[in-house]
Ligand binder design. Structure first.
Ligand code: ADP
Ligand code: MG
Length: 216
């Protein structure tokens, strides 16, 4: 493949071990998945804050933020790049676009992992196969799938962005949990009962997991 594309891998002269030694912990991806409104962003940010305060290197990749930049959709991209460009490279919410969204985020999260950072990702990531593909780009133990489990009734009740309301009214098509599937993880590393516990307690559960696995 390298010969076909004339692209070859360039080894870094700063090894991962050197970076991890400096950081005092290992790099990994904590992949939060769950329905819109289940609490992914809240728990990821609570955890990020806690890790930061403890002197750890972490970063949050969050759904909406990534769709403003790296994976901007046609709605934003054509303002700066024109309609043709947006049509070709902008990402929306079709199954293929969701797949590409997750693939790019997975690639970014992998770079963070390689640099010894704890990457916290907060994306609905509704399709099992897309999450598994990211898992497969990482080594055993580096991909920590965390199912943020809250019943759809609770998520719909919370609805801080009014998205469920719009989806019910037919103003948003292909909304996960309403008229698009959410495929629950089969064997996640962690399940957070997000309708029953506070974000602080849930962040604690992730920290305990990371400690037990020797990442922290
Ligand atoms: N564990 C929790 N208990 C109660 N409310 C929560 C909890 N986690 C998040 N929330 C609230 O639920 C709403 C959705 O949370 P958010 O983190 O934005 O969800 P997501 O990122 O999964 O869409 C917010 O209003 C947030 O304050
Ligand atoms: Mg969110």
């Amino acid at each position: 493949m390298d010969n076909d594309t004339n692209v070859t891998w360039h080894e870094s002269s700063v090894s991962r071990e050197m970076r991890e030694r400096k950081n005092g912990h290992k790099g990994c991806v904590v992949w939060f998945t769950g329905l819109s409104g289940s609490g992914k962003s809240t728990v990821a940010n609570t955890l990020d804050h806690r890790l930061h305060q403890a002197g750890r290197q972490s970063v949050v990749l969050d759904g909406d933020n990534v769709r403003h930049g790296l994976n901007a959709g046609p709605g934003m991209l054509n303002e700066t790049h024109g309609d043709e460009f947006a049509k070709r490279f902008g990402l929306g919410f079709s199954a293929t676009d969701r797949e590409e969204n997750i693939r790019r985020i997975g690639a970014v999260a992998e770079i963070f992992t390689q640099t010894g950072v704890i990457a916290l990702t907060a994306f609905i990531s509704p399709y099992r196969i897309d999450r598994d593909k990211v898992r497969n780009t990482l080594k055993e133990g580096e991909f920590i799938e965390v199912f943020v489990d809250a019943p759809i009734e609770v998520c719909e009740q919370r609805d801080p962005k009014g998205l469920y309301k719009k989806a019910r009214a037919g103003e948003i098509k292909g909304f996960t949990g309403i008229d698009d599937p959410y495929e629950e993880p089969v064997a996640p590393e962690l399940i957070l009962l997000a309708a029953e516990k506070t974000p602080d307690i849930l962040a604690d559960e992730v920290i305990s997991f990371l400690q037990n696995k020797g990442i922290l």
